[in-house]
Design a protein around this ligand. Structure first.
Ligand code: FPP
Length: 249
């Protein structure tokens, strides 16, 4: 029996965000190049996107490449860029057929032209997807995102579009790359480390965290459902006390 049958469909996280970690170590334990780990990582992405769709998850955000990842050796960076082009070219038709809409967040100006182009095509092709929104965080970091939000806010104040008195949490959220997305309910990190690595710092204010030792290339549908079941055992109080929480139907 699959763990999907054990999920409480009335208490699903609307948005799951994942820090996909452990590709390099997965490869190393097998005596392979790091690039082999990244290639297997793409297969894990395919499995997890299908598993999330099957469980009616509405938003899935994957941390594919951080601002800090630009500092990796040049051949690893270019290998990852090529892999993204390959994976997106191969998967766009299937994503579209399965009602998956692609959204990309991050500093896209830093990406090579061919990656930007394939992303634009994929975003356009899948724009009508109604089942799952797959958000790819690429050349993304929260500190970059928060800094560019502050710059845009200053520009808008200077040009009179925005007034300082009108700035509230909601206004601020609207200057982030995630402006049209709900905050993540569940944040998963694979690969054994327990840190957030500059990912969705503002948006994860009340996310539930789930850490697993499993390396990303080994992550699969059952691992995803295990994380959701763990999430469903938790009481989300959002700063209130237990007695104030409405029992969910
Ligand atoms: C982390 O493992 C993984 C990455 C930095 C890259 C993840 C990207 C992909 C799997 C390709 C994404 C493709 C698309 C189309 C979204 P690591 O290299 O940090 O592993 P380590 O900690 O074991 O060294």
């Amino acid at each position: 029996m699959s763990l999907i049958d054990k999920l409480d469909h009335n208490r699903l996280p609307a948005h799951i965000a994942i820090i996909m970690d452990g590709n390099g170590r997965w490869a190393k334990t097998r005596g392979l190049d790091r690039s082999a780990g990244h290639r297997e990582g793409v297969e894990a992405i395919r499995r997890v996107v299908e598993a999330a769709s099957a469980a009616s998850i509405q938003y899935l955000t994957l941390y594919a490449f951080s601002t800090e990842n630009w500092h990796r050796p040049m051949d690893e960076v270019s290998g990852l860029m090529d892999l993204m082009v390959y994976a997106l070219t191969r998967e766009t038709a299937r994503l579209k057929k399965n009602g998956v809409r692609i959204v990309v967040i991050g500093d896209l100006d830093r990406l090579p032209d061919n990656v930007r182009k394939i992303l634009q095509d994929c975003i356009q092709e899948t724009a009508g997807g109604k089942n799952l929104t797959l958000v790819i965080a690429l050349s993304y970091s929260s500190k970059w995102e928060l800094t560019q939000a502050v710059k845009k806010i200053s520009d808008d104040i200077e040009s009179g579009i925005l007034h300082k008195e009108d700035i509230c949490e909601e206004t601020f959220s609207n200057y982030l790359t995630t402006r049209n997305l709900p905050d993540p309910d569940l944040l998963i990190r694979t690969g054994g480390e327990q840190r957030i690595s500059n990912f969705l710092l503002w948006q994860s204010a009340y996310a539930e965290f789930y850490f697993t030792e499993t390396f990303w290339p080994d992550f699969n549908d059952e691992e995803l459902y295990k994380a959701i079941l763990d999430y469903q055992k938790r009481e989300r109080r959002f700063g209130k006390i237990s007695e104030q929480i409405e029992p969910e139907q």
